[in-house]
Design a protein around this ligand. Sequence first.
Ligand code: ACO
Length: 331
Amino acid sequence: MNEKSVGILGLGSYLPEKVVTNQDLEQLVDTSDEWIVERTGIRERRFAGEDEATSDLATKAAERALADAGVGAEEIDLIIVATVTPDMFFPSVACLVQANLKAANAAAFDLTAVCSGFAYGLVVGSQLIRTGMYRKVLVIGAETLSKITDRTDRNTAVVFADGAGAAVLGETSPGFGLIGADLGADGTGGDLLKVPGGGSRRPASAETIAERLHFIRMNGQEVFKFAVKIMGESALKALARAKLAPADITYLVPHQANIRIIQTAAKRLGLPLDKVVVNIDKYGNTSAASIPIALDEAARSGKFKNGDVIVMVGFGAGLTWASSVIKWYRK
Ligand code: ACO
């Protein structure tokens, strides 16, 4: 077998400027800073401005990732944007980003796997490079969840937020890069977390607006149970494919949904919390953007050394989950 090793050549992220604190949310719903911090770990989050759409955040994160990689936009062969909050039904966010970046040689599509989207995109992009079809792929996770969150629903209003993160994938040193992965789905759990209106089942109408069907509906407790179970299981499968065990993990970069979910997953994997990358306190749950934002911040802080084993685990609506194991290498 003569497959290429595929790794992350550069990372970038972008958070909107507007900071929304727990105290701000106390003005909107019946909640408290104390409850939010204790039950979720979130202290503040960012919301996009009225004129700011997902493609704006995605483009800024992508520009930073390209600069970090030292790769020109014209070198990109494919842009994958993982999002559930596109600017509009179509064109895709990936096409809007392609135009913004002037990445004229890139194919482009959006991928829907909700909070697992970036981790799904990483695997898809890597495979296209591994097989020799493409040389450079840009994978972006970008969301403006504040735009589809019901500000009167305290279950979701305190959790979801906005942001974008991006990675440039390309060939890396042999034996490094993506060395294991696990993708999964359980569509029977689709009702636990969804936006019921606006699609072909319940097209937008005065009724769907009156029934607030265009906002996220979530059964938080059931999603919580699913999350703590699947994060450990999926990470173990990805590690096994890389012929590694939890003790080999240098850092876990989990989807930032709830600090209690992260702590439970780390415990199940036998990892101390100093091996877990956490930024949920600053940004809340940014769905597909949370893993690449955390990855970018950790990499920029100098946390990762060549040879480190970085495990990313995402889970989300669908239900979906995705894990990947990366043996870190940067020139
Ligand atoms: N402020 C104050 N009280 C609240 C709030 C709030 N914001 N939200 C709920 N409560 C109350 C409830 O009404 C309930 O009160 P009661 O006991 O009087 O009935 C009590 O707090 C406990 O409610 P629970 O739902 O059990 O709260 P829980 O501890 O489960 O926390 C949360 C809720 C934070 C939503 C949690 O369930 C969670 O994080 N679930 C996972 C969600 C998740 O990960 N979703 C994203 C997946 S990613 C994606 O695909 C987008």
